[in-house]
Design a protein around this ligand. Structure first.
Ligand code: C2E
Ligand code: MG
Ligand code: MG
Length: 697
């Protein structure tokens, strides 16, 4: 049934008669108004709508839009005046199926247009249904899917694919690096080889098992399958496929193999076998009153340095050399195991007293101090050793190993090359705290910190202008920890500065790399938080200078964030320091501005480059805050200081700030702090924040 919606009875009659001429049997229904048409469509049975745009109750493009909203699946042909053709083309771009010029139509043309529109709409429906089916299939499978367009090098990764990697579960289009960056370094070339084999036609299928980094930095085993799509000329256009988590299967396979009990590199017992031996020793001691034994937990000091400086293969050979030397201490019944990267365990079979175990530890320390020769290099090594004694009374191997481990952390805390015996009288909470502190120390030694980056966006341009670097601790067991979870202990144990310096250096290196990779963005800056304690460190300025020299970063693109308190409290000394930093060319920002009391006069003491308005003001934007923020903005403007609104969480806040002409903003509404690879994405494809905001209103 054809529905005509034309502004006058005369025009309606004309079209009705032409329709009757054009089709043998046609049912026509007519209305003169949009509201009439909406009712008519809702009643059902309509196959196509001939719609005039200027009706008594609606005019222009919105007539089409409203009709289309009511009946997105119906073909709509709009009727326009000759001058209205531009309008008709816009309607077509929004889903209209065709247009006719009023009073210039004959029955034949009417017939052609109607038949074509109905067919087009039917084809569109089929495509849409296929797309829905495809998306159901994607969402229904537990496999991740990927689809790589080889011409543009853009890869579609399904939500599940990202979920497997521990990323937010949503579809993503990104470069191949999004995938390859997560592949275990040892498996990457194998994976690429297999892809090339298939792409070049040597292998009929692409199918490969390898490891990828998932949540919290752990690796999982995956199986990827794929097939290339060629065009008629046989050229490869796309390759698409799946990714399945096979970690459990791999684990089972591994446990079955004998190798599961030995360390591949050194051939020593591994942790599983070591615990097994501990269990046997505990049982023998209890049942047959066998001799008490000792457990030495040994962790090499700063072993990561060796890997970083000389490469992994030198590190590996050094581990083998160390294993060989440690083996010379073994007596029958002792077990030496490699427990992890640079950790070893020694079960000393016969150690009735502390001094027996200490004696072994001392000999180990002595012998480790003698230099090692790897290739033509001479390497120095020391280890921290923790001791636990079975005489203390343990039931499970894990318990004694754990205490030896805790003692080792204590030894680490005392400096390099130390030995510590676990003291059963230690209070439990002290152990926990010490453990965290020990772990933190270990983390500093082993580079367990990672930098996350949160973009700062210019309200004016809607673009990322810089990033705040925010440190995270990638804890081996507890996953990613926020500064709030460890900074207090870091401060207490004197480790905060080491972390702070690491943060500055890492952020500078990252920015140098970004400047190199995105040369079109030379003014992209990064801002680093400086704790009060770090700021007051005597050699603060010279170390900052050294980092700039080492990394080669343009100082003008580095910002340091201080809290106003530190400046207020140490007035003259602090100002002098700020001036020195300024002379290095570094930009200076006041963090959490407005959270203190003294901020107004404070601004006259030194010319900062940027104020970061405390999130509490942004939070209160509905109430009195606008006046406060306006005051800060106009003051800052007067002083020639930039302003960043921190903690922007909603579209409404963003919009208000924009209207207050706040220059820059940062907050969850734009983006949470993200990993560098994701930050790169934001640099390359700044999202349409304002378009998103528009929708939210
Ligand atoms: P900050 O300098 O004020 O950093 C901003 C904090 O606010 C970050 O928390 C960030 O994740 C969070 N944030 C950003 N946007 C929003 C939002 O819209 N809503 C809410 N609720 N929060 C938002 P994070 O990463 O946990 O850091 C906390 C604090 O730890 C930082 O506060 C900073 O003072 C300190 N910190 C972080 N990294 C470092 C570092 O490398 N060195 C030093 N010294 N301190 C650091
Ligand atoms: Mg900050
Ligand atoms: Mg802040």
């Amino acid at each position: 049934m054809v529905l005509t919606v034309l502004p006058s009875a005369a025009e309606t009659d004309l079209i009705r008669s032409q329709l009757s001429e054009a089709f043998d049997a046609v049912v026509i229904t007519s209305t003169l108004t949009l509201s009439g048409a909406v009712d008519r469509v809702a009643a059902g049975g309509i196959d196509i709508v001939l719609l005039g745009l200027d009706l008594p109750d609606s005019s222009g493009l919105s007539t089409f839009q409203r009709m289309f909203d009511c009946a997105p699946d119906l073909p709509i042909v709009v009727m326009v005046d000759r001058e209205g053709e531009d309008l008709a083309l816009r309607a077509i771009s929004q889903g209209c199926q065709g247009f006719l010029t009023r009073f210039e139509i004959g029955p034949k043309q009417l017939r052609r247009s109607i038949v074509a529109s109905v067919e087009r709409q039917r084809a569109l429906r089929t495509i849409r249904r296929d797309a829905e089916r495809y998306s159901l299939a994607i969402n229904g499978t537990s496999d991740g899917l990927w689809d790589w367009d080889l011409e543009s090098d853009a890869v579609f990764y399904s939500a599940r694919w990202n979920g497997l990697m521990g990323l937010p579960e949503r579809d993503v289009v990104a470069g191949p690096y999004h995938w390859f960056d997560r592949v275990h370094p040892d498996d990457l070339s194998g994976l690429k080889d297999m892809l090339i084999e298939h792409l070049s036609g040597n292998a009929r299928h692409f199918e490969h098992e390898y490891r990828v980094r998932g949540t919290g930095g752990d690796y999982l085993w995956v199986l990827s399958r794929g097939l290339v799509v060629r065009n008629l000329g046989g050229e490869t256009r796309r390759i698409a496929g799946s990714m399945t988590d096979i970690t459990e299967r791999k684990l089972a396979e591994k446990l079955l193999a004998f190798g599961a009990l030995h360390d591949e590199l050194t051939g020593l017992a591994n942790r599983t076998l070591f615990k097994d031996r501990l269990a046997v020793a505990l049982k023998t001691m209890k049942r047959q009153s066998g001799p008490p034994f000792g457990v030495l937990f040994l962790d090499l000091d700063r072993f990561k340095r060796v890997n970083d400086t000389f490469g992994h293969s030198v590190g590996d050979r050094l581990l083998v050399e160390i294993s060989r030397r440690l083996e010379t201490f073994l007596r029958p019944g002792d077990t030496l195991a490699r427990l992890g990267g640079d950790e070893f365990g020694i079960l000393v079979a016969d150690a009735p007293s502390v001094s027996d175990a200490l004696h072994v530890a001392e000999r180990v320390q002595e012998r480790l101090r003698l230099p090692f020769a790897v290739d033509d290099r001479t390497l120095e090594v020391s280890a921290s050793i923790g001791i636990a004694l079975s005489a203390t009374g343990y039931d499970e191997p894990e318990e004694i190993l754990h205490d030896a481990d805790v003692a080792m952390y204590r030894a680490k805390a005392a400096g390099r090359g130390q030995t510590q015996v676990f003291d059963p009288l230690m209070h439990r909470s002290a152990v926990a705290l010490m453990r965290l502190e020990g772990e933190l120390r270990h983390a500093v030694d082993h580079d367990e910190f990672v930098m996350y980056y949160q973009p700062v966006v210019s309200f004016d341009r809607g673009r990322v202008v810089g990033f705040e670097a925010l440190v995270r601790w990638n804890h081996p067991e507890r996953g990613l920890l926020q500064p709030g979870q460890f900074f207090a202990i870091a401060e207490e144990s004197g480790l905060a500065n080491a972390i702070g310096w690491w943060a500055m250096e890492d952020a500078c290196r990252q920015l140098v790399e970004w400047h190199r990779r995105f040369p079109e963005n030379p003014t992209l800056w990064v801002s680093v938080n400086i704790s009060d304690r770090l700021f007051m460190q005597a050699d603060m300025v010279s170390r900052a200078r050294a980092i700039l020299a080492d990394t080669g970063l343009d100082p003008a693109t580095l910002r340091l964030e201080f809290r106003e308190e530190v400046v207020v409290r140490h007035a003259e000394q602090a100002i002098a320091k700020l001036e020195e930093l300024r002379r290095l060319g570094i930009r200076l920002a006041v963090d959490d501005f407005g959270s203190g009391l003294s901020h107004l006069s404070f601004l006259q003491s030194f010319r900062y480059d940027t104020l970061k308005i405390d999130p509490s003001y942004i939070n209160a934007l509905g109430g009195d805050a606008p006046t406060m923020i306006e005051t800060i903005l106009s003051m800052a403007d007067g002083f020639g200081i930039g302003v960043i609104a921190e903690g922007v969480e909603t579209a409404d806040q963003a919009d208000r700030l924009r209207r207050l002409r706040c220059p820059e903003g940062q907050g969850f509404w734009f983006a949470r702090p993200v990993m560098p690879t994701d930050a790169e994405h934001l640099i390359v494809n700044t999202p349409e924040w304002w378009a998103m905001g528009g929708q939210a209103h």
